[in-house]
Design a protein around this ligand. Structure first.
Ligand SMILES: NC(=O)c1ccc[n+]([C@@H]2O[C@H](COP(=O)([O-])OP(=O)(O)OC[C@H]3O[C@@H](n4cnc5c(N)ncnc54)[C@H](O)[C@@H]3O)[C@@H](O)[C@H]2O)c1
Length: 462
């Protein structure tokens, strides 16, 4: 598949958009200056998520995938098979253990890396990539320690290179339409936002790879894909371990780090029951299975209340260990009305009410409002996004990453956003351990949030 745009129109718009945004703010120099028509990418970790990014890269004729690093030979073989399907040149492999990515980073023919490794590797690999002169696209999660957040900010600032958190949910079609409505002031002044990660992950956390879901009671060395590493976090930690899918869109709606900032949070967790119960009841588990005897520290449901400098509140809910259908549970509420998302994120469903338009105490028909406010990006690239992962969101997040590098402009979400979002995890762990005590959220912009201007969603190109 090729990207559907008119090349001349694209070049003209590039120049205009590039000049406009660069004037606004661009603290990071572009590494790809001499290669602005083609971005040379290195993939760090090409597991299930990395392969989705890889296919987005392979679809494009403005990207060359130079090399891939992953110690798992099976994942490497799957990734190379994908490259073959697209008739592209086989990337150089770095699969000699956990630190072979360092050899990929030594190459001088790579402009940017996409990191989709287990959570504990994100910041070390990101910092090393920046120190090696590479622009970074980083998959989502939360930090292991608060210091990690400072480390990635300092590495980006020192090397004057961009970091983009690859938070695809910010690009969900309904969320972008609602973002438009917020920007137009349709909800009045925003008061409160909700979101979260409400996804039954039990079949991911225990998975022996025989079939994709619900296929086992194993994790760690006997596990497949995320069961190899993610589950251990549930054994060792108790916090909001996946904040960005809920927080990213909320942060964009109220301009966090761009005129606003997160100030404080407080988290509480339920007891932990879901994972033990799952193993006990699983056909390959049972009460005597060793994994049924483990004490999982992670509470089944974690609620985190966040305050902002401009007086909004954000409620994040993590709910991944219980039987439940998927729903990220978004809500945007202002002085004039609110939106609550459809359970499966369907664009023209969901619930909307505006005091000045809707019948009193009645949910309005969302279709008209969603269609009227459909984001220009989605209208423009709908076809390109058709077969992309996560209902098309993956196209948009990767497109933004590549287009901003080519244009040498700031990413719509950057290292300060990444640090702020990642910080929720260690701060929530501390808050829960202290009975819900309020924790201050650092200002990773060091005061720059007061003058930085919003940029997310303002372009119909990226
Ligand atoms: N945004 C989304 O929608 C979304 C969806 C799924 C996963 N994710 C995130 O993507 C990341 C990866 O998740 P996944 O589902 O692909 O997990 P996965 O287990 O399928 O893949 C992780 C890969 O990292 C590799 N790896 C481990 N240590 C490494 C190292 N030192 N260097 C290089 N590679 C290493 C593993 O071999 C594996 O292939 C996580 O942060 C996860 O939370 C995001």
């Amino acid at each position: 598949m090729t990207i559907h745009y008119d090349r001349r129109k694209f070049l003209k718009q590039t120049a205009i958009a590039g000049a406009g945004i660069a004037l606004l703010q661009s603290p990071f120099k572009s590494y790809a200056s001499e290669h602005a028509t083609k971005v040379r990418v290195g993939m760090i970790a090409i597991g299930m998520r990395g392969q989705l990014h890889l296919s987005e890269m392979l679809k494009r004729n403005d990207v060359e995938v130079i090399a891939m690093a992953d110690p798992d030979k099976q994942m490497m073989a799957m990734a190379q098979a994908l490259v073959k399907q697209f008739n592209k040149k086989a990337p150089v492999e770095y699969s000699n253990g956990n630190h072979d990515y360092r050899n990929l980073l030594k190459r001088d023919d790579i402009d940017a890396v996409i990191i989709a490794s287990p959570w504990e590797w994100h910041v070390p690999q990101g910092v090393e990539a920046l120190n090696a002169g590479k622009i970074v696209g980083m998959e989502v999660c939360g930090a292991i320690k608060l210091q990690d957040c400072w480390d990635i900010v300092h590495a980006a600032e020192k090397n004057k290179l961009g970091v983009m958190p690859l938070e695809n949910v910010c690009y969900r079609r309904d969320i972008m339409a609602v973002h438009n409505m917020v920007t137009k002031g349709m909800f009045g002044e925003v008061l409160h936002l909700q979101g979260g990660y409400q996804h039954d992950l039990r079949g991911v956390l225990f998975n022996d790879g025989v079939t994709p879901y619900d296929s086992g009671a194993e994790f760690g060395a006997k596990g497949y894909s995320e069961a190899k590493w993610r589950t251990q976090h549930y054994v060792d930690r108790n916090g909001e371990n996946y904040p960005t899918h809920g927080l990213g869109p909320a942060a964009m709606a109220v301009n966090i780090n761009r005129g606003n900032r997160l100030t404080r949070l407080s988290s509480v967790a339920t007891k932990s029951r879901g994972l033990n119960r799952y193993i006990v009841n699983h056909p390959k588990g049972g009460a005597n299975h060793p994994n049924a005897k483990i004490k999982y520290k992670q509470g089944d449901i974690v609620n985190t209340q966040i305050q902002t400098a401009n007086g909004e509140t954000i409620l994040l809910t993590l709910d991944t260990s219980s039987p439940r259908p998927y729903n990220l549970g978004f809500r945007v509420q202002g002085t004039n009305g609110l939106w609550e998302d459809h359970h499966a994120g369907e664009f023209d469903k969901g619930m909307l009410h505006f005091e000045d338009i809707s019948a009193k105490h009645t949910w309005d028909n969302p279709q008209k409002f969603m269609e009227e406010n459909d984001h220009p990006l989605w209208k423009r690239f709908e076809k390109d996004a058709e077969n992309s992962g996560h209902g098309g969101m993956d196209f948009f997040v990767d497109n933004a990453f590549i287009e901003c590098i080519k244009r040498k402009i700031e990413f719509p979400m950057d290292v300060y956003d990444l640090a702020t979002w990642y910080a929720i995890t260690p701060l929530s762990e501390k808050s829960i351990a202290m009975g819900g005590q309020v924790q201050g959220i650092p200002d990773f912009t060091n005061g720059k949030w007061k003058s930085r201007k919003p940029i997310f969603g303002l372009s119909d190109e990226y």
